[in-house]
Design a protein around this ligand. Sequence first.
Ligand SMILES: Nc1nc2c(ncn2[C@@H]2O[C@H](COP(=O)(O)OP(=O)(O)OP(=O)(O)O)[C@@H](O)[C@H]2O)c(=O)[nH]1
Ligand SMILES: [Mg+2]
Length: 354
Amino acid sequence: MKFIDEAVIQVHAGKGGDGAASFRREKYIPKGGPDGGDGGRGGSIFAVADRNINTLIDYRYARIHKAKNGQNGQGSDRYGKSAEDIMLRLPVGTVIKDINTGEIIADLVHDQQKILLAKGGVGGIGNLHFKSSTNRAPRQFTHGEPGQEFELKLELKVLADVGLLGMPNAGKSTLIRAVSAARPKVADYPFTTLQPNLGVVRVDHNRSFVMADIPGLIEGAAEGIGLGHRFLKHLTRTRLLLHVIDMTPLNAETDLVHEAQALVKELQKYDASLYQKPRWLVLNKTDMMPEEKRDELCRQFVDNLEWEEKYFIISALTGDGCKHLTYAIMEYLEQNLPPQSDDPNAESELLNQC
Ligand SMILES: Nc1nc2c(ncn2[C@@H]2O[C@H](COP(=O)(O)OP(=O)(O)OP(=O)(O)O)[C@@H](O)[C@H]2O)c(=O)[nH]1
Ligand SMILES: [Mg+2]
């Protein structure tokens, strides 16, 4: 199914039914009292997170969601029926915003999380309830209240612990295939990956984390070159970024340092907080380098980049160095737990998005 990560929808909750004004008319009761029942409640609209859904495509086609109105009250003490609520099923990781105020209404982080989006109107009161010792034949009733209406922006931002960042062809998808059961397409041309992929990396039987592979990024992405930089939003909820670099051009003397710096600049242009996230370098395709010079060349590269954080020398193709990398990530994540406000269940929910 096509991956769509943004949609704009309208939600209209139902109006409450009106209360009734009616009097009892029966054969042997000449002056029947009031018997108008209350109106029913209008249908409300809820969002429900569903781990089996991973795209917002349905909401591109169905933009307007209207719940039914409550039924009006009727004579003979009959109450109007309340309308059914509508459940909008959305992927885990969807952020819901009110377009007009910009306010975040919900952030769906775990499966089956349910949030009220638009409240149905309360039903009106029938004249039955206005009867008193001084007014035995009230004609009053009230109208049902209107339902709430909003225009909402839905934005899916995948939830993962670690995100892969890199130029097209760097080997990001090969890496996620090497360390998890995810099976994104791998090919030797740029922009093979067109949507985010999640993989669960199990380091041993009860320790795991979630990795996100996103489409490649190139210099000028902020100006829309390549696939642009909109996929970077899928890295905003990660705790650690891995900058994957294809080391083979080193032999051809391409300016790898410039390329790496250019990519980081794109990150900075997109969002300062993404730029400030902890980031490690993953030097890939090192199976293509002469073995005896490999470590030395890698170190030189890292020095030229004036890189002071961690770096890893791997081959996603042969699996060399991948285990060491995944253990280091696991340890880092365990030592740098997310703030309390993050949902502890979020990770397990994600597994199902893969
Ligand atoms: N020799 C070698 N080739 C690799 C390695 N990792 C990836 N490749 C090859 O590099 C090419 C690109 O790999 P992908 O994993 O598709 O690269 P990507 O970064 O996901 O690319 P996009 O999805 O286009 O951004 C494929 O032909 C892979 O087989 C590696 O460690 N060594
Ligand atoms: Mg790819």
